[in-house]
Design a protein around this ligand. Structure first.
Ligand code: XIL
Length: 369
């Protein structure tokens, strides 16, 4: 009954969604959650270059942590053996410094978005040389300026075994320890995180715990685990997330939610079993909200975010940061993944940079206190 009432009031709020930003301008996500954990966002090139003043004002007002969405990935920052592109990364770090933000480096060792030359390397010694030089050069350049590094990204398979990346294949599982130690040496002050998606799920979580325990047992510094948090309003499982928070924190490390977004669109993998030959691109069934998000879905999204932040608040002593993967819906990578050309609504700000009902529900959790 209470839930129904709440639903009703949320629906009214959704109908009144012409909500202006000024209604909330007295407060912001970062100030509301100031005593709890950092609230971050991922910045793309246009944000770093401050091309859009509305976006820029919103970022500065709402967030106190930033992650580089793409420009610190090795294919961008280290495109050839002896060539580095530091231009945008330097600007990203300057942006964080001048706005007093917590700066997250993403990411040093990852099988994806690698420069092309790496896939052509054959000898283990050369892979080791690449990884060593890469970490020394990139982490070294920003030493003392980056607050936290996603040292290794996505090293695990869904069953918890180690992913057969070029790093595992050529260097063996010791590459994890090597990577963390290299970063600790290059930038002793940075907090070092292992980052991955789905590691809240039991099998993969078990693998992550094993990985972290091994690092700890060998005396390697690791400060936290990043749970990416690419979830869906249809399958969000709070119990699993809570179990993960509790279990990871028992390792004596912090938990960050590093890439939070909630897709509202159908998941192609759910349908794949039904028709493997189906072409999802351009299929209206897979892209139902091209002209706007129906109020009912807006309300569901707001409720899922509310439930999630309630859980985060319950465990705030274990959580260092919650970062959204993007500034607003128009910017989200989920418009292009896993199907290109869709219209998704996974974040707290809409395409016009206006706060959505979900923003209100996240904010009001604090106002109610
Ligand atoms: C994504 C970016 O958002 C996209 O712009 C890019 O095309 C692909 O990568 N896990 C990660 C992030 O760790 O780096 C990914 O970011 C999303 C999944």
């Amino acid at each position: 009954m209470r839930r129904q009432n709440r639903l009703k009031s949320l629906s009214w709020a959704a109908i009144a969604l012409g909500m202006s930003y000024s209604a909330y301008s007295q407060t912001s996500l970062k100030s509301a959650y100031q005593k709890d954990f950092l609230i971050g966002t991922a910045l793309g090139t246009s944000h770093i270059e401050e091309r859009n003043e509305t976006a820029n004002q919103l970022i500065k007002r709402e967030f106190n942590a930033i992650t580089a969405e793409n420009i610190m990935k090795s294919e961008v920052i280290h495109p050839e053996w002896n060539r580095y592109n530091f231009g945008l990364a330097d600007k990203f770090v300057e942006y964080g410094q001048k706005n007093n933000m917590y700066i997250v480096g993403h990411t040093l060792v990852w099988h994806s978005q690698l420069p092309r030359f790496v896939s052509k390397i054959n000898s283990p010694d050369s892979v080791r040389l690449f990884m060593t030089e890469h970490i020394k050069t990139v982490a070294g350049r920003y030493a003392g300026k980056i607050n936290s590094w996603d040292v290794v990204n996505e090293a695990l398979n869904e069953d918890g075994t180690l992913r057969k990346s070029v790093f595992l294949n050529k260097l063996g599982e010791g590459y994890l320890k090597e990577a963390f130690e290299l970063v600790a040496k290059a930038d002793p002050k940075a907090a070092l995180y292992y980052n991955d998606y789905n590691i809240e799920q039991p099998a993969k979580r078990k693998g992550a715990i094993e990985l972290i325990k091994k690092l700890q047992a060998s005396g390697t510094k690791i400060d936290g685990v990043g749970i990416q948090g690419h979830w869906s309003i249809n399958t969000l499982n709070l119990k699993v997330i809570e179990d993960a928070i509790v279990e990871f924190s028992q390792l004596g490390i912090k938990i960050a939610f590093t890439e939070l977004d909630l897709t509202v669109l159908p998941n192609p993998w759910d349908l794949r079993g039904a028709d493997v030959n189906q072409n999802f691109e351009g299929s209206p069934k897979m892209n139902p909200y091209t002209t706007g998000l129906p109020d009912s879905v807006q309300v569901t999204l707001a409720q899922k975010y509310e439930d999630l932040f309630k859980l985060f608040l319950k465990h705030k002593d274990k959580i260092s940061r919650v970062t959204f993967w993007g500034v607003n819906d128009g910017h989200s990578w989920l418009n292009g993944f896993p199907i290109r050309g869709r219209t998704n609504y996974p974040l707290l700000f809409d395409r016009e940079f206006k706060p959505k009902l979900a923003y209100k529900s996240v904010l009001e959790l604090k106002a109610a206190k």
